[in-house]
Write a protein that binds this ligand. Structure first.
Ligand code: CUK
Ligand code: CUA
Length: 639
């Protein structure tokens, strides 16, 4: 959104001055009423009705909140190392962050999307993209841990991701930047024609969730911004917003906005599957990492993949069509019936809804308006299903309530606008504080939205919270959308910049949420399941400590025979089989973070002692009345 805020900064400042000059507590005076307080209040010991999985933006993580309370439950580490959970520090999870560029322990996470069955959220997995080093992660919603990360070749700035088809057949990822494919040392001015935009279709195993890059469609050199899978009648299609259809190598305003209309690219992925079956693809050598955490061995491993199947849409009629859409569309959203594809031209005031039925008619009658890129371009007037006129300034994203209404965010005019599908009339508008990006209605991008709340995720906080230095917290706002008018209920802080979120009723996740690892199913190669098997083994310069924890001691707790210059592995198994009783361990001078070991699990960290002496370690997680007694020593001798 940086480009947008730059382009529109003058307008934006104007709007902000307008908005901030009013007293916010007067504007939403309702926030002071008891009635509203009651509607977000979840009494001590009670549970929230919804889970919200909110993108951590440039923190690289995914945070888990409850709605309507806005309480933060957990930050799930995905693309970034996290000392709180030892993720990316312990030997078990380090491989999760491997890429073809080496370990990349950070990313810019944007769009979480939940797995679906028959177009309805099923609460099994949450997928999320890393933009910077193109990756897609899968978070397991029975453990709330990242189970898998797949890198995407031929991509750069993996923004148009991750979007899940209605039976989780695919998680789909579009490149933001077009780049030379394959990469080569070439003048940037040769962009046009040479640079390509890869759209990746990653197959998801329906039982295990395991991902596998099935194929890529190699599109023209546009920027691919956002996407949405078709559903219901449009199931089998994917829709992508594009900008820079001029294929300019610099996006200074004059270049990027030459075209009055850019495109929504419609890709028929069922057709692509047929082409793959018929062998109508090219196998391209490449290199990308696929990192999988195995729940049995509790270890992550990296496989470097060497090739990818690529389809050239200019050679296969019927695979891709371009739908003209006004003014640099950003969000691309499909209504719950699958009929309307909403394009939000971020430099316009209106929303365009293309009709899927009209699109099919135009295709059938071959009513094309040329094929400047080797791909048929449809005629805007043939396919437009409706326009929400003059709805606001700078439309970005739309979600649906399942009752025939769309809710669109407007960045520049800083508001959420409710409008009606079919009649295209604006029904309500409510301000956001300030400059909203995405919004999320639980299930609001599926066939079955749970249209009770909308969460707006704002780019600018200004005066909403106690100041915390030059930057204020990022912020979300909760609206009640059950009535004719939306009602602002709550502000709550978020982590990083929340680009998008996915939500669902808590009941969908409950059956799995109390999972613990059974000790007898722990097949970690360094697990010790009984205190009498604990031991210290030397192997050359390596020392392996096979240790257990149980309230409230370590075994062994006095370790001798370690020398300066050794590499000491602590393999620690938590023997507890009780829910919510992890133990931690940290070692003085160790720079690898602590471990936090869940019941029944084994984790490993490495300590390289630099000085002789007797050095303590202790449990970092307050686990019992004798937690403070949970400690031990390692004696280190000269080499
Ligand atoms: S983008 Cu952030 S406001 Cu990455 Cu989904 Cu539109
Ligand atoms: Cu174990 Cu504290």
């Amino acid at each position: 959104m940086k480009i947008l805020s730059y382009l529109s900064s003058t307008l934006l400042i104007g709007v902000l001055v307008l908005v901030t000059s009013c007293n916010p507590s007067q504007q939403n005076g309702g926030a002071l009423s008891n009635n509203i307080a009651e509607r977000v209040y979840v009494a001590p010991g009670e549970h929230d009705e919804f889970y919200a999985f909110i993108s951590g933006g440039f923190s690289g993580q995914l945070s888990v909140y409850g709605l309507p309370s806005g309480r933060l439950f957990k930050v799930i580490p995905v693309f970034s190392q996290d000392p709180e959970k030892a993720y990316g520090y312990n030997e078990e999870t380090k491989p999760m962050l491997n890429t073809s560029f080496g370990p990349v322990p950070w990313d810019d996470a944007h769009h979480p999307d939940l797995s679906q069955t028959n177009g309805e959220i099923d609460g099994r997995w949450c997928f999320i993209n890393g933009n910077n080093t193109p990756r897609i992660a899968r978070v397991n919603l029975s453990t709330f841990e990242t189970d898998e990360i797949i890198e995407l070749p031929n991509s750069a700035g993996n923004h148009s991701s991750s979007f899940v088809t209605e039976n989780t057949e695919y998680v789909v990822a579009g490149t933001r930047f077009s780049i030379p494919v394959p990469q080569e040392d070439v003048s940037i001015s040769e962009y046009k024609g040479k640079f390509k935009g890869a759209i990746s279709f990653i197959k998801v195993d329906e039982t295990t969730g395991r991902m596998d890059l099935d194929f890529q469609v190699m599109m023209p050199g546009f920027n691919y911004d956002l996407a949405h899978p078709g559903r219901g009648k449009s199931h089998g299609w994917m829709f992508f917003t594009t900008y820079n259809t001029e294929e300019a190598n610099t996006l200074l305003e004059v270049n990027a906005s030459q075209n009055d209309k850019d495109f929504i690219a419609a890709i028929n992925w069922k057709k692509a599957q047929e082409l793959i079956e018929q062998g109508a693809f090219e196998t391209m050598p490449t290199s990308y990492a696929h990192n999988v955490y195995d729940e049995e061995t509790q270890m992550a491993t990296t496989t470097m993949k060497k090739e990818v199947r690529v389809i050239d849409p200019t050679q296969h009629p019927g695979l891709v069509y371009l739908l003209p859409t006004p003014k640099s569309p950003h969000g691309c959203d499909v209504d719950p019936t699958g009929e309307y594809i909403i394009g939000s031209g971020k430099l316009s005031a209106s929303l365009t809804a293309h009709s899927f039925t009209k699109m099919l008619d135009a295709i059938e009658n071959e009513k094309f308006d040329g094929d400047a890129y080797g791909i048929p371009i449809l005629n805007y007037d043939d396919i437009v299903g409706g326009v929400v006129q003059q709805a606001g300034l700078g439309p970005l994203h739309t979600e649906f309530d399942g009752k025939g209404n769309g809710y669109t965010t407007f960045f520049i005019s800083s508001e959420v606008v409710k409008w009606k599908l079919g009649t295209w009339e604006v029904l309500d508008r409510q301000p956001t504080y300030y400059s909203v990006g995405h919004l999320m209605i639980p299930g609001g991008n599926s066939r079955k939205p749970f249209g009770k709340y909308a969460v707006a995720m704002n780019k600018i906080t200004k005066d909403r919270y106690l100041p915390t230095g030059p930057e204020l917290t990022q912020s979300a706002q909760l609206y009640d959308i059950t009535g004719d008018k939306m009602e602002l209920l709550l502000d709550f802080p978020t982590i990083g910049e929340p680009h998008y979120a996915a939500g669902c009723p808590a009941d969908l996740i409950k059956p799995r949420q109390k999972k613990i690892y059974k000790l007898e199913e722990n097949h970690h190669p360094h697990a010790v399941k009984n205190e009498k098997d604990t031991r210290v083994e030397r192997d050359g310069k390596e020392v392996h400590i096979y240790m257990t924890t149980i309230r409230s001691h370590f075994a062994p707790d006095n370790i001798e025979g370690v020398k300066v210059g050794d590499k000491v592995y602590f393999h620690v198994t938590n023997l507890e089989q009780d829910y919510d009783v992890p133990h931690g361990i940290s070692m003085i001078g160790a720079n690898t973070s602590e471990l936090l070991i869940m019941p029944g699990q084994t984790e490993t960290f490495i300590w390289e002692p630099k000085q002789i002496g007797v050095w303590p370690f202790y449990c970092t997680d307050f686990c019992s009345a004798l937690h403070q007694e949970m400690q031990g020593y390692v004696r280190v001798s000269a080499k």
